[in-house]
Ligand binder design. Structure first.
Ligand code: DP6
Length: 324
């Protein structure tokens, strides 16, 4: 095994058509297809060095030694790499989130995408993006999509994500993220979706309906029917949250400012703007809009009581290796 330090950058992605639920928990395969947009403004840089003499894998997050649960998930990915590379060397991993804020935006998608690429490269393994995407997916399904730039799809049961080429109208799309609460979320997405699968009477109808929304979104993006796309983006998020709300006990990720920001999006639309919301397993509101309207949408969201920061992002590129 070749010994070296590798550094990779990956950007976070936001699903327009949500993944929520596992087909296979052992292999971490998604139960529903998803479609996402990779975001320029949210990125992670990760450095990996397989080091002789280390007694365990070491993880630093933004310069600080990481808590054991985070290190355990990184260790699991590195074990897969070591098995494939027939190596026994532990690694030093350092990951830095270059997000405009440290508070409250999930970094697992960009984090596992950057880690998967840097680790395979440092171990001297093939870095074809479908291989790297499959490795990232085994740790966190949404991370599989962050290997690719722009619009990306991941089929139900698929090992890896694939890039999606939309019609030209989609080039104007961008995203405004409204942060509605400080601090990290109460229940992580893995636990949240398993709980939904196990206890929500609405999970089955979510699982059965999600593929139709996915097919519709692909078509809307290809045709450049952005209004119809916006409507399906909102429906995907709300259907996913409906399945969580019906779990027992209920999973409620919304904060008061989440609803206020959604209301703001409805008002923007009534005033003629192009703006459609989506929310993940957390309280923040991500708004799909057009380049030409992003300043106005960001200004309106900034004025919502409880919104403490707004991040505007263009679509971003896929993961890549950089010089260490
Ligand atoms: C709500 O990819 O974080 O953001 O595979 O268990 O790590 P695991 O889950 P994760 O779930 C993301 C769920 C979501 C929707 C999405 O990104 O598609």
């Amino acid at each position: 095994m070749q010994l070296k330090t590798s550094v990779a950058i990956a950007h976070s992605n936001i699903a327009l058509c949500k993944y929520w639920g596992k087909l296979d928990t052992q292999r971490n395969l998604p139960a529903v297809p998803s479609l996402s947009l990779t975001l320029e403004a949210l990125r992670t840089t990760t450095q990996v060095t397989f080091t002789p003499g280390l007694e365990q894998d070491e993880l630093r997050l933004n310069g600080e030694l990481a808590p054991p649960e985070a290190t355990a998930r990184v260790h699991e990915l590195l074990e897969r790499v070591r098995r494939e590379a027939s190596s026994t060397l532990y690694a030093r991993v350092s990951s830095v989130n270059e997000f405009p804020t440290a508070a409250g935006l999930a970094s697992s998608a960009s984090g596992f995408a950057a880690l998967a690429l840097a680790a395979r490269h440092a171990a001297g393994l093939d870095c074809a993006l479908d291989r790297v995407s499959a490795l990232a997916r085994a740790s966190s399904v949404s991370a599989a999509r962050s290997l690719f730039g722009g619009f990306v799809t991941l089929e139900a049961g698929a090992e890896h994500a694939v890039p999606f080429t939309p019609g030209p109208a989609a080039n104007e799309l961008c995203m405004v993220v409204a942060l509605t609460q400080r601090g990290s979320k109460a229940i992580g997405s893995t636990r949240g979706m398993l709980h939904t699968q196990e206890t929500s009477p609405y999970y089955e109808s979510w699982r059965a309906t999600a593929p139709r929304l996915y097919a519709a979104q692909r078509e809307q993006l290809a045709q450049g029917d952005l209004e119809a796309l916006g409507a399906s983006v909102e429906q995907s998020a709300l259907m996913m949250h409906a399945s969580m709300l019906a779990a027992r006990p209920a999973l409620i990720y919304f904060a008061p400012a989440t609803l206020a920001a959604m209301q703001c999006v409805y008002e923007l639309r009534r005033a003629g703007a192009f703006a459609y919301f989506t929310m993940d397993a957390g309280p923040h509101v991500k708004v799909l809009t057009l380049d030409a309207q992003r300043a106005a949408v960001a200004a309106a969201l900034s004025a919502v009581p409880g919104v403490h920061q707004v991040i505007v992002s263009r679509p971003g590129p896929g993961a890549r290796l950089v010089q260490s």
